[in-house]
Ligand binder design. Structure first.
Ligand SMILES: *Cc1c(COP(=O)(O)O)cnc(C)c1O
Length: 229
């Protein structure tokens, strides 16, 4: 049942916060709804989901159309091609997958023509896996600086994905690295606001919370197995 799985995830988030001395209200649960049918998304929202994450622009467009007005924030978590950036700016409140200067510039131009303010996370490929998108840690400074200096994008923070592992502990060094990188950027760029960390999925979100995650992106643990893509 959706309700049971959702409650269980929320309890696990609370317990992970207690273990690490964090306030549970400071950790945002982003419900990842890729491959999940619109009526199930509606149910999740009625159970209290306030944030949903999609990884593809066309799928998100279809669902937003099907769902109409829904009091929820929409996040893009999948790779964004520049030719879909205009749709992304219309559809999403936050984009977690910004990983190139060209994309920052394209989003800034589009956002300048829109009344909406988009939250931007720079995605970092910490593990260096070739299959993963995201910029290299060495590029983070340039990209974060560009978003901070842009007039129409809101710098939200950094995002990463840990390599797949059956042991959640395997993700800890990756999450720790992201947090350290955020601390360094905070200092070197003299940022006034704190960079949020978007990290942790079904497999490893408790470890991510222990390592300072502000937003955990959880799909399977809430919705069960979805259509593979
Ligand atoms: C699918 C996905 C998630 C959620 O993964 P689960 O294992 O289903 O919790 C989180 N982040 C990104 C970028 C994803 O593509």
């Amino acid at each position: 049942m959706l309700r049971d799985r959702f409650d269980r995830v929320r309890q696990r988030i609370q317990r992970a916060c207690q273990r690490s001395g964090r306030d549970p209200s400071c950790v945002t649960l982003l419900c990842v709804t890729k491959g999940v049918a619109s009526d199930l998304i509606r149910q999740a929202v009625s159970l209290g989901a306030g944030h949903v994450g999609e990884n593809r622009v066309p799928e998100a467009m279809r669902k937003r159309h099907e769902l109409g007005k829904l009091s929820v924030r929409w996040h893009l978590i999948g790779h964004l091609q520049r030719n879909k950036a205009a749709h992304a700016v219309e559809l999403f409140d936050a984009i977690h997958s910004v990983d190139s200067l060209a994309l920052v510039q394209a989003l800034e131009r589009l956002a300048a023509e829109s009344p909406r303010r988009i939250d931007v996370f720079i995605q970092i490929n910490i593990s260096g896996e070739a299959t993963k998108t995201g910029c290299r840690p060495q590029e983070a400074h340039t990209l974060v600086e560009a978003v901070a200096a842009s007039g129409h994008l809101r710098l939200a923070g950094l995002m990463t994905m840990a390599p797949f592992s059956t042991d959640p502990e395997g993700a800890r060094p990756v999450f720790r690295h992201l947090r350290r990188l955020a601390d360094e950027l905070q200092t070197s760029l003299r940022l006034s606001q704190r960079l949020q960390l978007s990290m942790g999925m079904s497999q490893d979100f408790e470890v991510a919370i222990e390592e300072g995650a502000d937003i955990v992106r959880i799909g399977t643990a809430i919705f069960g197995q979805t259509i593979p893509r």
